[in-house]
Design a protein around this ligand. Structure first.
Ligand SMILES: [Zn+2]
Length: 308
């Protein structure tokens, strides 16, 4: 059964905290409602953070255990002024978070922007895909100096139309996308193994897929003398050079297949470079979901669908 709109709103209100600016709160709820109407289940994971909470978060991965999750100390985040929220997609039953920056994720950002939010995914330096904020034109130093914005609600603004290509896109996968930690592992392995320099942020966007394809091209060159240009583009030469990968295989190409499927939300039962039963099951599920012949072997058509 699909999660109810009210459940998503209730959870989000709780997560945004009482210190959230009323206009930010109202607008965030409107984002949830409009997304829900389009079959996109979104929830706010955080909103207002006190200075103490921010410092605690800052300590994570530095003086406290865990991974680094923020570069902002107390007072350095718009969350500290109740002007920012973070969102995540949910599976239709509302039980699993989906951290994939896919068409639905971007659609939520588009809806939010039409309602006056700025989106962290548009930032140039560090992309913060879950982040939405409304600062009313005030800078962080003005906020730190005690100024507060006058925000005007835009909940009556219309949502822009869904771009045609995304309209029929539905979430066929029910599983989460492996979580951010495993995606970080994939990104840092790609950097090390193929001498790349992609962001290790746990979000599988176009940059990650391009790096996976570069890795794939590199392996085809190394192992099969394919003579490909390593450009991360799915062209006819790469397509022609593809090899079949099936149960029993092991090595870097198998690893790339596992990483791709993990990024697309499939459970491959471990990123271990060994083509076992779990990976075969995932390949079959992917083939089925994409209307391909279901044989559990990653051949030309399957690789093309994974990369192109
Ligand atoms: Zn944020």
């Amino acid at each position: 059964m699909a999660v109810s709109l009210q459940t998503l709103i209730d959870r989000s209100i709780r997560n945004m905290g009482s210190g959230i600016h009323p206009v930010v709160k109202e607008t965030a709820i409107e984002v949830i409602k409009r997304s829900y109407k389009e079959g996109i289940y979104v929830q706010m994971t955080s909103g207002y953070r006190s200075f103490a909470e921010q410092n605690k978060l800052y300590a994570k991965g530095r003086t406290a255990p865990g991974e680094i999750v923020t570069n902002a100390r107390a007072g350095q985040s718009n969350h500290n002024y109740g002007l920012a929220v973070d969102y995540v997609l949910l599976s239709s039953d509302g039980k699993t978070t989906i951290w994939t920056v896919n068409t639905n994720w971007k659609r939520v950002a588009q809806i939010a922007k039409a309602l006056g939010f700025a989106w962290g995914g548009d930032w140039n330096s560090f992309k913060d895909y879950p982040h939405l904020e409304m600062t009313g034109g005030l800078s962080l130093s003005q906020l730190q100096a005690g100024k507060r914005p006058v925000l005007v609600s835009k909940v009556n603004n219309k949502t822009p139309a869904v771009p045609k290509s995304t309209k029929k896109q539905s979430s066929k996968k029910s599983s989460s996308s492996g979580g951010r930690a495993i995606v970080r592992t994939i990104q840092s392995t790609l950097n090390k193994r193929y001498k790349l320099n992609i962001k290790v942020d746990g979000y599988q966007g176009p940059e990650t897929y391009k790096a996976l394809l570069k890795g794939f091209q590199t392996e085809l060159n190394k192992q099969f003398h394919a003579g490909l240009v390593v450009d991360g583009e799915w062209g006819p030469k790469t397509r022609a050079a593809v090899v079949n990968v099936r149960k029993g295989a092991k090595g870097s190409i198998t690893w790339i297949l596992q990483a791709l499927l993990i990024c697309k939300g499939y459970d491959v039962n471990g990123l271990d470079s060994i083509f076992g039963h779990g990976l075969e099951k995932a390949v079959r599920a992917f083939q089925k979901a994409n209307g391909l012949a279901v044989d559990g072997v990653a051949g030309r058509v399957t690789w093309t669908r994974l990369f192109a």
